[in-house]
Design a protein around this ligand. Structure first.
Ligand SMILES: [Zn+2]
Ligand SMILES: [Zn+2]
Length: 359
């Protein structure tokens, strides 16, 4: 990010003795004669315009003013001896500079109403055009005190709490019921297996990428210019972007108006056609015996076999009720000869939780 100087504006300072607002470059209060001291900070005027006078611009850029070490009088940065007492300014104190005061106030400010006679004066006026009284800066509206009344406590947290307790209760009930089992002896009444293989094919897909990152040989479609990165220096295909101008205290009664700028570099963001393996079909084999096998299938050009899945389900009959039991692999499945007898543990939900051959 680079910092650009747009120009300079005049600042002002408020006299703590009489309240008058003084032009930044004045070194004693125009109203009461009080001296400007290091303790009194510069402020922005309500409506700022860039100064155009060469001499003023030179004074603004000369550096912070120096307060005399003997009498406190404010002297320009270029002075060697105090214009008030003649003291050596090498012993003096330079004003602090570099503080960011705020955004440039370029927009017209509302008029100032004289508190003595009610006359409307331009925002930039310092004395009333009718009665000559000092015009005070409009006070910022006091922020409303936070009201003492507390908002009614929301019932939402309570609802959430009861909801959570309810869920915990349900979970506890579920685990108690699921854990309570009955012993039964069941007979294998059915066995079922199912094996599937996904058939995958190369399917065209549209992807997006920066033009220079698209693999060679692929068809590039529509492109749009997008910001790829930002940098301080201009580049071909770049656009300058600047932040809002703001005012920095120079310690001389002037403020420097600066702006942070950078360059957005554009590049081509493009759609392109690519191919991707996707499942387009399933080959399925199934049966009700203990000899599961894989489905036969044929692959077309640009096709391949994808993921394979197997399912084995044994059905038991006990006390005129049926219970299904899933087995994970073929070896386990082959133990369940139809008609064989097994000791089962069945929970409240009818699920088999343990199994062993009945003696
Ligand atoms: Zn004063
Ligand atoms: Zn002095």
């Amino acid at each position: 990010m680079t910092e650009k100087t747009i120009g300079y504006v005049e600042l002002e300072w408020s006299c703590p003795s009489c309240g008058a607002r003084n032009v930044g470059t004045t070194r004693t209060c125009k109203n009461c004669g009080a001296q400007h001291s290091t303790k009194i900070e510069f402020e922005q005027t309500v409506q700022e315009t860039l100064i155009t006078d060469e001499a003023q611009i030179a004074a603004a850029a000369a550096g912070p003013d120096i307060h005399c070490g003997y009498c406190g009088t404010r002297n320009p940065a270029t002075a060697k001896l105090c214009k008030q007492c003649g003291g050596d300014l090498a012993e003096g104190q330079a004003r602090a500079a570099g503080k960011v005061l705020g955004g440039l106030r370029a927009a017209p400010a509302p008029p100032l109403i004289c508190s003595s006679c009610g006359t409307e004066n331009p925002a930039t006026a310092r004395k009333c055009s009718k009665c000559g009284d000092i015009l005070m800066k409009p006070r910022p509206k006091p922020t409303p005190e936070p009201t003492a009344a507390q908002p009614a406590p929301s019932c939402l947290p309570r609802v959430l709490l009861f909801g959570l307790l309810g869920l915990i209760g349900l979970a506890v009930i579920y685990f108690v019921l699921a854990g309570r089992t009955t012993d039964l002896v069941g007979q294998v009444s059915n066995v079922a297996w199912k094996r599937t293989i996904a058939i995958e094919a190369l399917v065209p897909v549209t992807r997006e990428e920066w033009r220079d990152r698209i693999p060679a040989g692929l068809r590039i479609g529509q492109c749009t210019a997008r910001v790829r990165y930002t940098q301080d220096q201009p580049a071909p295909n770049s656009r300058e972007v600047c932040g809002t101008p703001y005012v920095v205290d120079q310690g001389s009664g002037y403020g420097k108006v600066v702006q942070k700028c950078w360059y957005e570099v554009f590049d081509d963001w493009c759609q392109y056609q690519d191919l991707q393996w996707r499942s387009v079909n399933l080959a399925v084999a199934q049966g009700n015996d203990l000899n599961p096998r894989w489905p036969a299938f044929e692959l077309a050009r640009d096709q391949r076999a994808g993921s394979a899945q197997e399912e084995y389900v044994v059905t038991f009959t006990a006390n005129d009720k049926s219970y299904n039991y899933s087995v994970h692999d073929e070896v386990g499945f082959r133990q369940f000869s139809p008609g064989s007898r097994w000791r089962l543990q069945v929970n409240t939900f009818g699920a088999i939780t343990a199994i062993e051959p009945a003696r």
